[in-house]
Design a protein around this ligand. Structure first.
Ligand code: COA
Length: 202
């Protein structure tokens, strides 16, 4: 962990990440945002994305606070910096869990043994990632969503608020699973799925 943390994105998601960062011991926090200036959560917005090279002084960690998975991926691929991994102290992380850089795990989330979570994922408030799950890079699991055991989720897929995914299910990359959906069959084609049981939105 380095002295300073720069959070890319000063919106609501950035505030939640700043709160977790403080609980992880960061005191010197700043934001980068192309569309905002001034302060956020009492911390300064120190520049825009174009300033990233100057801000990367060797003593700074960075984290991306952008909920959109593809935008998060494009930012991560643009910059070669030290990406922070932030875990809220109330999250439960089981034995053998692996978590990629840039990933944020929020309050009350549970990640059970031998799950693997990729880079720059968001495991949102009170989400449940059961044992042996495999989440690709840039996945977002929204608040209160639950993935049963041995679920696989492909890169950039977004699981909506309160969605449920049955155990042993595989969801391919670039999907959106609607809020409250129940996924009971494998999903092999990118797209938006909603309802219980979840069906593809045409
Ligand atoms: C599924 C989803 C992506 C669809 O968004 P959309 O393409 O903009 O769809 P719309 O809001 O235009 O709704 C289209 C229809 O689907 C229905 N619908 C939308 N979301 C639905 C959901 N989650 N479950 C069931 N039906 C849904 C709407 O009622 C509407 O029905 P109608 O045509 O009969 O009126 C979105 O509603 C959703 O659930 N996103 C997840 C949001 C989330 O969890 N965010 C987390 C932030 S931390």
């Amino acid at each position: 962990m380095r002295n300073r943390l720069i959070i890319i994105g000063a919106g609501g998601h950035g505030k939640v990440i700043a709160d977790i960062a403080m609980k992880n011991g960061y005191t010197n926090i700043g934001f980068v945002d192309d569309r905002a200036s001034g302060m956020c959560m009492g911390f300064p917005i120190v520049g825009i994305c174009a300033d990233m090279a100057a801000l990367n002084d060797g003593n700074t960690d960075f984290v991306i606070a952008v909920g959109n998975n593809r935008i998060r991926r494009s930012i991560a691929e643009r910059f070669d910096v030290s990406w922070a991994k932030l875990i809220h102290p109330s999250a439960q992380i089981g034995y053998g869990v692996t978590i990629g850089v840039g990933t944020v795990i929020m309050a009350g989330a549970v990640v059970n043994p031998d799950a693997s979570i990729g880079r720059h994922c968001i495991i949102n408030t009170a989400a449940v990632i059961e044992h042996d799950n495999m989440l690709g890079n840039y996945v977002h699991v929204s608040p209160n969503a639950a993935l049963g055991g041995t679920v696989a989720v492909g890169e950039c897929t977004h699981i909506g608020v309160g969605a449920a995914v049955r155990n042993n299910i595989s969801i391919c990359e670039d999907c959106v699973i609607g809020a409250g959906a129940a996924v009971v069959r494998n999903i092999t084609e990118a797209g938006t799925y909603m309802g219980a049981p979840a069906k593809k939105k045409e």
